[in-house]
Design a protein around this ligand. Structure first.
Ligand SMILES: Nc1ncnc2c1ncn2[C@@H]1O[C@H](COP(=O)(O)OP(=O)(O)OP(=O)(O)O)[C@@H](O)[C@H]1O
Ligand SMILES: [Mg+2]
Length: 449
């Protein structure tokens, strides 16, 4: 057996980039059209919901893609809108550059609830190397949507034909084969044929880190792999944060760290596959708030709280849960808490917060850290608990309730840290280094009045 290269050797290989990956024919996008299939709530089979048309118009230097519900879908008793604030259930063409309101939404090149079914940085990188032969290539949104595979996150699929649903099934691949394929893609090397059969596992899930979708018996999983670009034990820190979140009482995706051929891989239980064959519709918080990517830099947790108050089931409990997640993100330095790292289930009528995911402490040398999502309504984002205290009223909590909640979270993190490090297979040196740096960095207590 070939020995597995260590983290350092793999990082060195990353810098010897040879960007001539194998080429595949681009996925055909017939006449700039793609067909959207939806698993209605509780259904085991998808139905044709509508079509996406790539137009000659441009928005932000990107072709504009419109959406139209199919007449046959509108006549179905189980028809639901893909997301009512954006694509209400009615006939006609939806132009994303002319969003309807209220509430007001940013003009986009494609409806945000459709963009949620498309790959992000990691999946795009895989497709760029496989389709165009270069990780840095840029393909059309329609190509990404069509090539993402049929087990993608949420309850949509996108295909080239409206007549019958034909899934692009992923071929079987072992976890080790997927890890190897990811490493080759990260260093810009060609993926050999025997590993390429697993490529579809890599493209149906968003985010920037290397990962794959897996099915193991009844379990649908996301496998997150250690990136060879990172010297720090980022995946272990994420495992510790996710397990601590569960101990704190946050509703969070279950995770397990497993050794695979000398590396640790983080298995995350998918929450969008409730039972065999059925799928949960999901929208990112970016879609919920109606922001474009650039403008989303101004978004805040209190704005998310407003949407919860206005449109979610169980708003009081959800506000408390959201507040707890915000406090916890401060305690574990998860500053990458952007709007694609929060999501809601959508059943055509109501919204419900999904379990938390991607709670990943950010790299930091010293103290200061800023969150992607503002903590206070006026956009202050320093990773400090006094800002969370100042924002408590936006979550319907009084000062005493907020103080008790923060005290409970910090105590749990302190008490359970070692136990959770054991569970996450963290070495003694790494757990010592992460405490006070990633976890409960003294900066979280600075600036208290
Ligand atoms: N347990 C889960 N069940 C269903 N969908 C999930 C789950 N975890 C993550 N997702 C979806 O997969 C996407 C990517 O996952 P994740 O955010 O963990 O990846 P990442 O590469 O670490 O992201 P980032 O680019 O934010 O660092 C999320 O945006 C979300 O849509
Ligand atoms: Mg993410």
């Amino acid at each position: 057996m070939t020995p597995t290269p260590g983290r350092k050797a793999r990082r060195e290989a990353y810098h010897k980039v040879d960007d001539e990956g194998d080429c595949e024919d681009p996925a055909p996008a017939p006449e700039g059209k793609a067909f959207v299939w939806l698993w209605p709530p509780g259904a085991a089979d998808p139905v044709l919901a509508g079509r996406i048309t790539e137009t000659t118009g441009q928005h932000d230097n990107t072709p504009v893609c419109t959406f139209t519900y199919d007449d046959s879908f509108l006549e179905r008793p189980d028809a639901v809108s893909l997301f009512t604030p954006e694509l209400p259930l009615r006939s006609g063409v939806f132009d994303p550059t002319q969003p309807e309101g209220p509430p007001s939404r940013d003009p986009l090149s494609i409806a945000s609830c459709l963009r949620d079914a498309s790959p992000d940085a990691w999946g795009r990188r895989v497709l760029n190397s496989q389709i165009a032969g270069k990780a840095t290539a840029v393909l059309s949104e329609l190509t990404y949507l069509l090539a993402a595979g049929s087990d993608r996150i949420g309850a949509l699929d996108v295909t080239t034909t409206p007549s019958a649903y034909t899934p692009q099934a992923a071929e079987q691949a072992t976890l080790d084969q997927l890890v190897q394929a990811c490493e080759l893609i990260e260093i810009g090397k060609p993926v050999p044929a025997e590993l390429r059969k697993g490529i579809r596992h890599l493209t149906g899930v968003g985010g920037a880190q290397p990962k794959a979708l897996l099915v193991n018996g009844e379990r649908s999983l996301i496998a997150k792999f250690p990136s060879i670009t990172q010297a720090r034990p980022a995946l272990h820190a994420e495992a510790v944060a996710m397990l601590l979140a569960q101990r704190v009482g946050i509703n969070v995706a279950s995770v397990e760290m497993v050794p695979v051929e000398g590396r640790d891989v983080l298995l995350v239980e998918r929450f969008d596959r409730p039972k065999a064959g059925t799928r949960h519709m999901m929208v990112s918080a970016l879609t919920l708030l109606g922001y474009g990517e650039l403008a989303s830099r101004h978004a805040t947790y209190p704005q998310l709280a407003d949407t919860v108050r206005a449109s979610f089931t169980h708003p009081a409990d959800t506000l408390r849960e959201l507040y707890t997640r915000m406090v916890f993100n401060i305690c574990v330095g998860n500053s990458d808490d952007h709007l694609r790292n929060h999501a809601a289930f959508w059943d055509g009528y109501l919204l419900e917060l999904t379990p938390a995911y991607d709670i990943a402490p950010s790299p930091r040398a010293g103290g200061p850290l800023s969150h992607a999502l503002g903590i206070t309504r006026d956009g202050r984002r320093a990773s400090q608990l006094h800002l969370a205290r100042a924002a408590a009223h936006d979550f319907e909590l009084d000062d005493a309730e907020a103080a008790a909640l923060i005290d409970r979270v910090t105590t749990r993190v302190r008490v359970d840290y070692d136990d959770v490090c054991d569970q996450a297979r963290v070495s003694a040196a790494d757990r010592k280094a992460m405490w006070g740096r990633e976890f409960l960095n003294p900066y979280v207590e600075y600036g208290e009045p």
